[in-house]
Structures are given as C-alpha cells and as structure tokens.
Design a protein around this ligand. Structure first.
Ligand code: HEC
Length: 118
C-alpha cells in the first residue's frame, strides 16, 4: 500500500514537472524581410536585364535602413507594383534617396514580386 502511494507521488511529480517545463520559443523572422535570393535575381532579370545581386543587396539595405527612419518597414506584399512605385516616388523624396538608390529599392521590390508570383 505504502509503496503504491509513493509510486503515485512520483508519477504526479514527474507529470507536473513535464507540464511546467518552459517552452523555448524560437524567434521567427518577420515574413516580409526578404533576403536577396538567386530566385529573385533570375525573376528580376526578366524585367531588368542588367540586374545584379548587388542591386538587390543595396535595395534591401536601403529598404530596411533609410526607409525605416520614419516608420516600420511596410509589407511589400500589401501593395501592387504600380501602387508601390507611385508610393516610392514620394518616399524616395522623403528619405532623400539618390536616383540610383531609389532604383535599387524599386528593383529589389520588383524582383521579390516577380519571384513570388510564380
Ligand atoms: C521622412 C519620413 C519617411 C521616410 C524616410 C520614408 N517614409 Fe514611408 N511614409 C512616411 C509617412 C509619414 C507615411 C504615412 C503614414 C504611414 O503609413 O506610416 C508613409 C507611408 C509609407 C507607405 C504606405 C503608403 C500607403 O499609402 O499605404 C509605404 C509603402 C512607405 N511609406 C514606404 C516607404 C519606403 C519604401 C521608404 C524608403 C524609400 C520610405 N517609406 C521612407 C514617412 C516616411
């Protein structure tokens, strides 16, 4: 009898210990932070023949750099291409981008959109 009570206690303790174990949550990256990929480069080249990986890397760093001075990075997938390029006309002025920098941002966004739409 005593033995079974001890055994029961052990089982209860072990069960509780398992349940109270904290789960380690992994931080998942925000879905709209796109790293330049070969797929984007290939897709982007269908629109800009001279597109380089360097364009995409620069575009990305401007998008998550200078463009973040006033607000969180906007989700690229919330905007159509025409809509985005219209917004970018405004925002590039706000962020004081050079024409080359603005172009890199546009190419980065276009490449993402083209590579995602397949
Ligand atoms: C000087 C401040 C400033 C900078 C720099 C800036 N923005 Fe904005 N942006 C704003 C404000 C203000 C709004 C309107 C309020 C909001 O949506 O947060 C806005 C809105 C937006 C929107 C939403 C527009 C809409 O109609 O829904 C997008 C997309 C955007 N910005 C992209 C960019 C990009 C890309 C860059 C970099 C080229 C950039 N922003 C740099 C101030 C800025």
């Amino acid at each position: 009898m005593k033995k079974s009570i001890v055994l029961l206690l052990v089982v209860v303790c072990v069960t509780l210990a398992c349940h109270t174990k904290k789960e380690v949550k992994k931080e998942t990256p925000k879905p709209y932070v796109y790293e330049p990929t070969e797929a984007q480069l290939t897709a982007g080249k269908t629109k800009f023949a001279d597109l380089t990986k360097d364009n995409l890397i620069k575009g990305r760093s401007i998008y998550y750099g200078a463009c973040m001075n006033c607000h969180e990075p906007k989700n690229i997938n919330d905007y159509g291409l025409d809509e985005f390029s219209h917004i970018l006309d405004n925002m590039a002025r706000k962020a004081k981008l050079t024409p080359e920098e603005k172009n890199d941002v546009l190419r980065y966004v276009v490449a993402i959109k083209l590579s995602e739409s397949k």
